[in-house]
Design a protein around this ligand. Structure first.
Ligand code: MD5
Ligand code: FE
Length: 203
């Protein structure tokens, strides 16, 4: 079943559950080829979230800024290809939210250990902001901060748990958002982490 958080933001509770084992197996292969790493912000801070990517483009940050890059800066090689199970889940979720033909070319994988957080920000490095972002939550539960169109709008706290998929499009695409510090725990399949797959059309 699905619920609209607000116009443009559709939560599909548990949509990823039938694919959980295949998603996690594919993720192990991605992390073996392109290991999780803590990127540095343009301001010089090390992010608490560990990241990797798959697909034609990957999101990267360093002292020079944020960008999408076809190569992994740690290896100089292209990012691992996007697994079919990732692509099918992302396009199915987007279609259920009214975005037929979503063709993601980038999947940023965020890994949260206990204490890791994401401060309020907007996602606006993508070329076509008319395309949605699809996010898939796996592992430990998190409190997602869903803000407004201005940084100082008070965010709503939305619990997201293993298997939940959210489509952020239309008027929700540029809302400020973040993730509260992750609480300790152990997920039976994922262990002591929250993993979030974020599918984007970057180019
Ligand atoms: C996460 N990741 O849970 C989130 C899921 C990121 C990030 O925020 O930038 O890697 S994506 C949440 C999102 C994307 C685009 C728009 C909105 C939320 N929104 O309008 O609230 O690791
Ligand atoms: Fe974001």
């Amino acid at each position: 079943w699905s619920e609209a958080l607000c116009p443009g933001a559709v939560v599909l509770r548990g949509l990823a559950m039938p694919d959980e084992a295949a998603l996690l197996a594919a993720l192990d292969d991605i992390a073996a080829a392109a290991p999780f790493r803590h990127m540095v912000t343009p301001g010089g801070f090390c992010m608490s979230v560990a990241m990797t990517n798959c697909g034609a483009y990957g999101w990267v940050s360093d002292r020079g800024g944020y960008r999408y890059d076809a190569a992994d800066p740690d290896s100089g090689r292209r990012w691992p290809r996007m697994p079919d199970v990732f692509l099918r889940l992302a396009t199915d979720a987007a279609a259920r939210a009214g975005f037929d033909g979503f063709a993601p070319d980038a999947c940023l994988v965020n890994r949260y250990a206990p204490g890791a957080r994401l401060s309020l920000h907007q996602d606006k490095n993508e070329r076509d902001l008319g395309q949605p972002i699809v996010s898939v939550s796996l592992g430990l539960p998190a409190l997602f901060l869903f803000g407004g169109s201005r940084r100082d709008d008070k965010p709503a706290r939305v619990p997201l748990t293993h298997g939940d998929v959210v489509v952020w499009g239309g008027p929700a695409r540029l809302r400020y958002h973040g993730v509260m510090p992750l609480k300790d725990g152990l997920h039976p399949l994922v262990g002591g982490y929250r993993i979030n797959l974020t599918f984007r059309k970057a180019a």
